[in-house]
Design a protein around this ligand. Structure first.
Ligand code: AMP
Ligand code: MG
Length: 404
């Protein structure tokens, strides 16, 4: 049995990166950038007005008051999108609308609220400083400077940035092809009859959803009973062309736990089996050629925790996704109640979280086991109790992360 950190190290060094593809910008949200992108253009592209008002030379308004306003001759008008290039001479003002390019010679925009408008002239009742209400070329981004870094998962604001820069396609990591197989002779899929003793397949749909959320393309191979020949047949087919295979069930030490033996027979090299964590102890990981193979516990909560702790980092690695600089356990909270953890293994503890003046408070759910998906879904945080801790006392600080 190895510890969680050693397991993660093995996973990270074993899984190969996926290839690169170029996708239309409008389909790029959530994808991981495969290259550093430099800026293609200044932002703003040109000096422009951020207000409806009047473009002026600031120094023409020096000393003006409502008693003695500066009188400026109106010499033109310019709207957003107009291609005309106007020139402002001393003593003049040009009517300008939001987004319109500044006329040359002007260095400020006076808001229309601060102006009295007469026939052919305006009266400015207060002095204006240069740069007021003007957005200057390149103030935000300069052409050629680094824009977005390789490894970033593109958000909607990144998409807006790239669109503003004129990108139509972006290089991103290919989505890994993932297969899911749910093993267990007791399993029945949704919609089918449910004789006594059988249970619904929770892991197939759950793991498929988790894979999709991590950025993989999923093929769900459904249910396979605990039968060597059936397992052999479905594993062989589901491995073909897959970057990653998730098998749930049959990885413990029971009579009917056949997953590892069959996978090894098909050429999988086991890199570890059993990790010192709770839930999730029977976790199996191996490589078969370039396909990463995970054997996840059949218990749905264990399968989910193992996915989040071990499979998601594997997929992040395939995608070349940069790690969160704050780490996976970036929040701290105080336990609200005593809790008796496993003691030996690292334990992932489901919690309800709330806040008071002192920060986050974690209510550690007292009855939790790996079959209780209802409990897991009532939780909104997962806390980390390191191995060797025999007792968590109310008031003690724990690392956690939100899972809602
Ligand atoms: P196993 O890891 O195969 O020993 O299964 C452990 C427990 O998880 C057993 O109670 C199984 O019935 C249950 N289980 C296994 N696979 C699934 C599944 N896909 N959905 C729901 N429960 C499962
Ligand atoms: Mg089983």
């Amino acid at each position: 049995m190895i510890c969680a950190d050693a397991a993660l190290k093995i996973i990270r060094s074993a899984v190969p990166p996926c290839g690169v593809e170029r996708v239309p910008l409008c389909e790029s949200a959530g994808r991981v950038l495969a290259d550093d992108l430099p800026a293609r253009a200044d932002n703003p592209l040109f000096d422009y007005s951020s207000m409806d008002g009047y473009a002026v030379r600031a120094r023409d308004t020096t000393g003006s008051t409502s008693r003695r306003p500066a009188r400026l001759k109106l010499s033109g008008r310019i709207e957003a999108g107009e291609e005309t290039r106007l020139r402002l001479r001393p003593g003049e003002a040009i009517r300008i609308l939001t987004g319109a390019p500044m006329p040359s010679g002007a260095d400020a925009v006076v808001m229309q609220e601060d102006v009295e408008r007469l026939e052919g002239e305006i009266r400015v009742k207060a002095p204006f400083k240069p740069r007021m209400n003007v957005r200057f070329r390149g103030a935000d981004i300069r052409k050629g400077q680094p824009l977005l870094a390789k490894g970033l998962a593109l958000s909607s604001r990144d998409v807006a940035l790239l669109a503003g820069q004129g990108f139509t396609r972006v290089p991103v990591a290919k989505r890994p092809k993932a297969s899911v197989v749910s093993t267990g002779s007791e399993l029945v899929s949704a919609g089918a009859a449910l004789p006594f003793g059988k249970i619904r397949n929770a892991n197939g749909p759950g793991l498929a959803a988790a894979l999709a959320s991590a950025g993989a393309q999923v093929r769900d191979w459904g249910i396979v009973g605990d039968d060597i020949r059936e397992l052999r047949r479905v594993f062989r087919r589901s491995l073909f062309g897959a970057d990653i295979l998730l098998v749930s069930g049959g990885v413990s030490v029971g009579d009917k736990d056949l997953t590892r033996a069959v996978l090894e027979e098909l050429g999988m090299k086991t890199l570890f089996w059993k990790v010192s964590v709770k839930p999730g102890k029977p976790l199996l990981f191996g490589m078969r050629g370039s396909t990463a193979v995970f054997g996840l516990p059949g218990n749905p909560v264990g399968a989910w925790v193992c996915f989040e702790e071990f499979v998601r980092p594997a997929i992040d690695r395939m995608l070349g996704r940069s790690p969160n600089p704050l780490g996976p356990w970036h929040l701290k909270g105080r336990a609200e109640n005593d809790f008796e953890p496993d003691g030996k293994r690292r334990q992932y503890v489901f919690c309800r979280v709330r806040q008071d003046e002192g920060g986050f408070l974690l209510r550690l759910i007292s009855r939790q086991d790996s079959g209780m998906m209802g409990m897991a879904c009532r939780a909104d945080a997962l806390a980390l109790v390191p191995e060797g801790i025999r007792k968590v006392r109310a008031g003690e600080s724990l690392d956690f992360r939100l899972i809602r």
